[in-house]
Every structure is written in C-alpha cells, then in structure tokens.
Design a protein around this ligand. Structure first.
Ligand SMILES: Cc1ncc(COP(=O)(O)O)c(C=O)c1O
Length: 439
C-alpha cells in the first residue's frame, strides 16, 4: 500500500477481529473497500454528539479535539431547527429565485473585504478549489500552479493534482510546482517570509521556463496538512511575487475559515492580504455539505460569462439555512472570541504539561487550531512519526480524539469544535499529562 500523509498517518491498519466493533469493520471493508480509511488502532463507533463531546455505542463519552466540521458543536439545536424547518418547507436548486441564498450571500460577503463581491456555491471544498483553478486559468491565461510541499486541497482529478499530501499514489500535474511550507520550528522567524517568497519566486521561474506561465498560488492560510504554521508574516511577500508574474492568490479557507483562528473570520486576514479567490467548506454548514468560492467579480468574469455553472445540490435552500444558522451561532455565541481565549488557554496549559518532555518540540497555533510537534530528539528536531501515532492512540484509549498532520505525520492536530470550553481544556490537559507520563 502506498503511504499518504493525510490518509494514512493515523489510519487503522489492523485486522477486523476487534471486540465489539469487529463486525462493523469487516462489513465496511467488504462493502466500502480499502480506500476508505478508519482512524486509530482501535476504531471508534460513535452514535451521538453534543457540543464538543461524542458518545459511543456503550454510552461512553469522548472529548472531541478534532472535528472542525461540526464547528459550532455537534447537534447544535439552532442549526437542527433551521435545517428541519427548511427541509419541511422547501428544498430546491438555484434555478429558481429564493431569498435564502441572497440573504446568506449578503452576510458572507459582508464578512470579507469589499473587493470580494461575488460568491458561487459548491458542495465540497474539493469542488470549490476545482472551480477556483478553472476561474484562475481563464483570468490569467496561464496554467501553472504553486502549492506547498504537503498541501491537501481535495479529491477531484484537478485538485488531487495539486495535493502532494496524498503521497505517491497521486501524480502532481506537470503544471504544478511545490515549495516548502514556512516551517516556523526549523527556520528562524526572521528568515521565514523571505525564504518562502524566494521559494515561490523559484517556482515562478520554473513554471515560466516550462511554458505554463503562472496562474495561481494556492495556499491553506494556516498550512494545515503541512503541519500547522500560523506565522502571519509569510503570505504577503509570496503573493506579491505571484502577482508580479501575472498570477492570482487562491486562499484555501476550508480549514482556517469561519473563525477558527480566533483572530478573524478568515485566515488570510491575519496575513494582511486580500486574495483574488477564496474557497471554503467544511465548517460552513456544521456537517451539511456546503461549500463556496468567493471572488473579485473582475477575476470571475472571464469564466462566468463564458461557462454556465450549475451544481445540483449547491446553494439549495436547506444548505443555505444551515449556513445561515452557523453564522448566527458564531455571532450569537461569540465563537471568534471563544476560539481566541480558549485556544490561548489550551496552548498555555499544554506548554505547562509538556515542559520537561524533550520529545514535544513545539506547540504552535492560532485560535483553536493547534499543532504539537513530536520529535525524536529536540536538538536535531527529527520528526517522530511513530511517537505521534503512539500519542494519538494512547489518547484515544483515554477517550480523547485527535489526529496528526505534517510532512511525516508527526504533528498532533488539535482542532476541536469552536464551542470547546475551559473545562474541555482541563479534560484535554489531564489526559495529555497522563499519556506523556508513559511516553
Ligand atoms: C485545506 C483543504 N482544502 C480542501 C479540502 C477538501 O474538502 P472536501 O473534503 O470538502 O472536498 C480539504 C479537506 O480536508 C482541506 O483540508
């Protein structure tokens, strides 16, 4: 089996003879096949969720430190009510007039810089990125794309070709160049932005030399799958380089968007850069498949006037009701503030717990997106994939759920629902301290 950082670092690799869940694992393998990976050495069978807590078939409660999709909380009653009411009233596609999509679009665009004045809907982050690539290519007349070395942007043919995190199973496009992520743990902070911009400039030259020209730099604005690098200085100089070469910046906000970073609704705001195109998904509908691409209308125009776009489920009335309810909750429960304060408390308490554990090399993040770097040796900073995997499984045994990211699958990825509370932080740190005791 080929190895993928994003699919396999923490995937279940065992047999199906596990007590309780064995028959489910076997049935899944038989009917879904081997491409659908499960998490953990002992997969979890969840039947219910509430807020940032999940419950298994035996009623045992788990702390959810991983799921950014149910970002305003599992089973949030406001979202449930909005979706149920709309589903019972009307659910149709975007070829009829409907106020819901307009009300939502107005709110969404109001959360972005004024330059971003139009939005098109999709069902998944992959579709949104796929669309953005097409739009960028028509606007720039070029096809070259630059991404980071362990980026993940989705699963259509076009976006797997810009998703090196999928590993050897995927061939990057001939028109795609990768640059190292801005690794703030290994590169001195003072050099980080200049080094990233220089790498992007190298990729620009290479794409031009190969005749592709430069269409876009596509970047997840917190570099999630690369290992979570929150330094806000790095993107602007690189985007300037791309623009000077005629390309555009596509901000992939599928992970950092919708208040995750605690500083602003959007990750790109932290970098003081206004993208030409912005893609979003995952947390947008709190579990319903809602995604979008927002754009500067002049950038969108060459595509929009030439290519009719219809996406059966995208922007339907129920999806828009879910997305509007998510915005209501983010605003009403002040989740941006919560992400900032609880995220800071979690980083501080984690640092306290990890003090004196040399194999915890770095704790970094923004808001409720936190990476914990696991290393074999703090002096060499050698990534410790096996150690990270051990910690994730040890925490799962103590009913705390998280996963990993990073080039070697060696960075613990802590990315809970935005409603994570101070008592959840205590719960997390108590269990983290316990597993570190055996690490
Ligand atoms: C940064 C990023 N972009 C795009 C995607 C693709 O989104 P989806 O799985 O909804 O297609 C993902 C999914 O993990 C992602 O993390």
């Amino acid at each position: 089996m080929t190895f993928s950082n994003i699919m396999d670092s923490n995937s279940y690799q065992g047999d199906s003879s596990q007590a309780g869940v064995g028959p489910l694992i076997a049935a899944r393998a038989r009917m879904l096949g081997p491409a659908s990976r499960l998490f953990y050495d002992r997969p979890v069978h969840l039947v219910r969720g509430q807020g940032s807590h999940l419950f298994d078939a035996d009623g045992a409660s788990f702390l959810d430190a991983y799921n950014n999709v149910a970002s305003v909380g599992h089973g949030h009653p406001h979202v449930v009510d909005a979706v149920s009411q709309q589903l019972a009233t009307l659910n149709t596609h975007t070829r009829y007039l409907h106020g819901g999509i307009l009300d939502y679009s107005e709110r969404l665009l109001a959360s972005m810089p004024a330059e971003i004045d139009q939005v098109m809907y999709a069902c998944t982050g992959s579709e949104a990125n796929d669309l953005a690539l097409r739009v960028a290519e028509m606007y720039t007349g070029a096809s070259g794309v630059i991404v980071t070395a362990d980026a993940y942007h989705g699963n259509t043919t076009a976006v797997t070709a810009i998703s090196p995190a999928l590993g050897a199973a995927t061939t990057l496009g001939k028109n795609v160049r990768t640059v190292p992520a801005p690794d703030s743990y290994r590169i001195p902070r003072a050099e980080l932005a200049a080094r990233f911009a220089a790498d992007v400039a190298g990729a620009v030259d290479d794409l031009r030399g190969a005749g592709f020209g430069v269409s876009a730099l596509v970047a997840d604005t917190i570099f999630s799958s690369d290992g979570i690098y929150p330094d806000p200085s790095v993107l602007k100089p690189a985007v300037d380089v791309v623009r000077a070469a005629g390309g555009v910046f596509i901000a992939d906000e599928v992970q950092p968007g919708f208040a995750r970073t605690g500083e602003s609704m959007w990750g790109f705001t932290r970098h003081h850069v206004i993208p030409e195109l912005i893609t979003m998904g995952k947390p947008m509908g709190n579990g319903l498949p809602v995604a979008a691409m927002a754009a500067r209308s002049d950038v969108l125009k060459p595509f929009a006037v030439g290519v009719p776009y219809f996406n059966t489920f995208a922007g339907n009335a129920v999806s828009m009701a879910a997305a509007a309810a998510v915005l209501d909750v983010i605003e009403g429960e002040r989740l941006l503030l919560n992400a900032a304060s609880v995220g800071a408390a979690l980083r501080r308490d984690l640092a306290h717990v990890a003090a004196g554990h040399p194999r915890i090399g770095d704790i970094r993040g923004a808001g409720l997106y936190i990476g914990v770097e696991v290393v074999a040796d703090p002096d060499t900073k050698t990534p410790d994939r096996a150690g990270a995997r051990w910690l994730v499984n040890a925490l799962r045994e103590r009913r705390v759920l998280l996963s990993v990211c990073g080039a070697a699958g060696h960075v613990l990825k802590i990315r809970p629902p935005l409603v994570f509370s101070r008592s959840d932080v205590d719960w997390f740190c108590t269990e983290f301290a316990a597993v570190l005791g055996d690490f």
